[in-house]
Design a protein around this ligand. Structure first.
Ligand code: MF3
Ligand code: CO
Ligand code: CO
Length: 271
């Protein structure tokens, strides 16, 4: 097994899938407010994905070995939920933070992206966790270029998150992506510089750090999917699908409604 290298038409397909995944989040954004249930968000996302572009929500009935089929079209992970939260009839309430993770299959190609949303006025601590996690993801992305290694990405995310007083979830990671939802390589969000696989132009993978306000240990809920922090501390996650280009990276999951880039990203891109 090895890491696939995408070329011409593959990359163009991945660009369209990636942008559409991000547009689904743009579309959901005004609906994310107190009183809305995550099931309503799931329905909105499902219908938009299917009707707007004739695409497929990749999570629906997705079944990795050892899992039951995932029952919904998006993942919604609230507060102490780390990832894979299943939309249900629980209404969002003021102060909640939640991750919405969208993966579409468009013309056979997968686009995978997630963002944090803050419902009404959240605590300063909750907002800081979302912001630090966002910056941590971008610090990982900025490491992406030919010749760099996966360990550089993980190290950059880990040092930034831990210096902020947070912990990095180890059991889940980013992943290669293309005609399959999850391919090689695994993209760990911790590690040592100069280690692991060397990046080459045409590789496409996600970077999707899960950062806990407290300890890094996780617990799986009885539904077989939802992962929560063992100490019940808040957790945040952001995700992009990223292409290794000849000179650096291209983020495939951007769209018109994407939140502002951190200043250090704008500065790095201008340099
Ligand atoms: N979108 C998640 C990821 O980033 C995977 C969700 S699997 C599901 O890899 F079945 F829960 F949808
Ligand atoms: Co992913
Ligand atoms: Co995802």
């Amino acid at each position: 097994m090895s890491i696939s290298i995408k070329t011409g038409a593959d990359i163009e397909g991945m660009r369209l899938a990636g942008r559409f995944a991000s547009e689904v989040l743009d579309y959901l954004t005004p609906h994310v407010k107190a009183g809305v249930t995550t099931e309503q968000l799931d329905r909105l996302a499902h219908d938009y994905i299917v009707n707007e572009q004739g695409a497929i929500p990749a999570p629906l009935n997705y079944q990795p070995p050892g899992y039951t089929p995932y029952p919904k079209s998006i993942c919604t992970s609230i507060n102490q939920q780390i990832c894979h939260g299943i939309p249900n009839d629980r209404a969002l309430k003021n102060g909640d933070i939640l991750n919405i993770d969208v993966t579409v299959i468009k013309d056979g190609w997968h686009g995978d992206t997630s963002r944090m949303f803050v419902v009404g006025d959240a605590s300063i601590q909750a907002k800081r966790l979302c912001q630090i996690t966002y910056e941590a993801m971008w610090r990982g992305i900025l490491k992406v270029k030919p010749g760099a290694r996966l360990g550089d990405i993980g190290h950059s995310i880990q040092t930034f998150a831990e210096n902020a007083g947070y912990s990095v979830v180890r059991e889940f990671c980013g992943h290669g992506i293309g005609s399959k939802f999850h391919e090689e390589p695994q993209v760990l969000h911790y590690g040592r510089p100069g280690t692991l696989e060397e990046l080459k132009p045409g590789m496409i993978f996600t970077i999707e750090p899960m950062i806990n306000a407290g300890r890094r240990e996780i617990r799986e809920m009885p539904d077989g999917w939802t992962i929560v922090t063992k100490d019940r501390s808040l957790s945040a996650q952001w995700e992009h699908t990223v292409l290794v280009t000849d000179t650096g990276f291209e983020v495939l999951t951007l769209s018109a409604g994407y939140p502002p880039l951190p200043d250090f990203v704008t500065a790095a891109l201008a340099a």
